[in-house]
Structures are given as structure tokens and as C-alpha cells.
Design a protein around this ligand. Structure first.
Ligand code: ATP
Length: 229
């Protein structure tokens, strides 16, 4: 499978504050090579979510640069950035509309292809549970789905776009074992041959990562594999 982008992510001396005189990230530098899986860990408030927000360009660093495949993300068109960077957050944004539209977003994809992809992702069970399958209308924010089901849809939404970099805030919510197993299998597949940066909450994820970045008060204090740390 050919992608237009290899998936290298570089933070170069990035400093960021939401408010003046309240530094959240300080001189943060790291390089994630194409295909590498990195777990981001650190105490609450250490800046993990902020790293992800900057990478997605929700905020801009006051100092330093963030590069995707050698290009400053400020120079990338937003649709290009969205195509290359797949984001799975804990609280997925689902809008009122049907399941198919929620999966597609603005990607031009036929219902037939969508059905095939859902089958590949093991979503058949979920779709069968819903009254009208892909045509099921979701309530505001997917209120008529369980949190596990919302996560499954958010992974499917990202898988459909085939991004070169996966950015994820791993779920902590309780899921029934069957949903969790499907989710884990989909995630494992999604991680293959892709760069990933994951805010890891599960020990298994930390252990499986190629490298762990440890943040403390917005600084990178340690990095290495699970065996090394
Ligand atoms: P957690 O593990 O609890 O999710 P985290 O490591 O992801 O924490 P961040 O969410 O990045 O940490 O938060 C880092 C710091 O930035 C915290 O002190 C937080 O209060 C602050 N912060 C986060 N978002 C904002 C915001 N929108 N405006 C101002 N301060 C913020």
C-alpha cells in the first residue's frame, strides 16, 4: 500500500503555555521515526494531552517547531494534516446524523466500500445490534451508544482514512470483554505499518511500545524501551 507520507514526527525545542507566565511544555524535543510506536507517559498534568493538541494544531507553540515528514505543520493545509494524522481520543466526537456519515466525515467513500471496511474491522456485530445498521441515526454525541461502541466507531473512522500517523489517547473507560477484544484487535491492526504516538493508560501498551517518552512538568525527563527504563 502506497502512502504519500512516511510518518516521521519531530518536535524541535517546543515550548508552549496556554497563558502567559504559566509554561506547560518546556523545550521539548524528540523524533519519532516512520513506523515507530511511542508511548507517552507521565503524571497527571504533565502535558501529554497538550503534546497531542499541538501536533493536531489545535494550538501553536510559542517557541520551536513541529515537523511532519520534514515539513513544519504550520505550512501544511489543514485537509492534508487531517489526512496524514489520525486521531483517536477518549471522548470521540460523534454528531447527530447516521452512523455512515459519522464514519465518512468528508471522505468520498461509497456505502458499499464502507460496508466492506466495517466487515474487515469486525464491526458487523455492532452494526447488527443497531436498529438500522449504518443508517442508524445517532443522538447528539452518540448518546445512544456505549462508550466502547463509540470507541469502536472512532477507530473505524480513522482506519478508513489510512493516515500515516496515529495519535491516540487510550481509553480508560470500562468496556465489556467482547467489545474490548474487538477494539484491541482493530487497534493492533490500525497500528501496523504506521507511526503511532499513544497516551498510554494500560501497562500492556507501554510494554509493547518501541519507545516510551516520560514527561514531567512539561519536560522530557526520560526515554527508552520498557526494558531499559
Ligand atoms: P492527564 O494525565 O491528567 O490527562 P496531561 O498530562 O494530559 O494530564 P495536560 O492535559 O496536557 O496534561 O495539561 C497540562 C497542564 O495544562 C495542566 O496543568 C492543565 O491544567 C493545563 N491545561 C490544560 N488545558 C488547558 C487549557 N485549555 N487552558 C489552560 N490550561 C490548560
Amino acid at each position: 500500500r502506497q502512502r504519500s507520507s512516511a510518518g516521521e514526527v519531530v518536535f524541535e525545542n517546543v515550548s508552549f503555555a496556554y497563558r502567559e507566565d504559566d509554561p506547560i511544555l518546556t523545550d521539548l524535543s524528540f523524533r519519532i521515526t516512520p513506523g515507530e510506536h511511542v508511548a507517552l507517559v507521565g503524571p497527571t498534568g504533565s502535558g501529554k494531552t497538550t503534546v497531542i493538541r499541538l501536533l493536531c494544531r489545535l494550538y501553536e507553540p510559542q517557541r520551536g517547531r513541529i515537523l511532519l515528514d520534514g515539513i513544519d505543520i504550520r505550512e501544511l493545509a489543514i485537509p492534508t494534516l487531517r489526512q496524514r494524522l489520525g486521531v483517536v481520543l477518549q471522548d470521540t466526537f460523534l454528531f447527530s446524523g447516521n452512523v455512515a456519515d459519522n464514519l465518512r466525515l468528508d471522505a468520498p467513500i461509497t456505502t458499499e466500500d464502507l460496508e466492506r471496511l466495517c466487515a474487515e474491522l469486525g464491526l458487523v456485530e455492532l452494526l447488527r445490534r443497531l436498529p438500522d445498521g449504518l443508517a442508524t441515526e445517532l443522538r447528539e454525541r452518540g448518546g445512544n451508544l456505549s462508550s466502547g461502541e463509540r470507541q469502536l466507531l472512532s477507530v473505524a473512522r480513522v482506519a478508513i482514512r489510512d493516515p500515516s500517523v496515529l495519535v491516540m489517547d487510550e481509553a480508560t473507560a470500562f468496556m465489556d470483554p467482547a467489545t474490548e477484544a474487538t477494539l484491541q484487535r482493530d487497534l493492533d491492526r490500525l497500528l501496523q505499518q504506521r507511526t503511532a504516538i499513544v497516551i498510554a493508560h494500560r501497562l500492556a501498551t507501554v510494554e509493547a511500545a518501541d519507545r516510551i517518552l516520560v514527561l514531567k512538568r512539561g519536560r522530557l525527563i526520560e526515554q527508552g524501551s520498557h526494558g531499559e527504563l
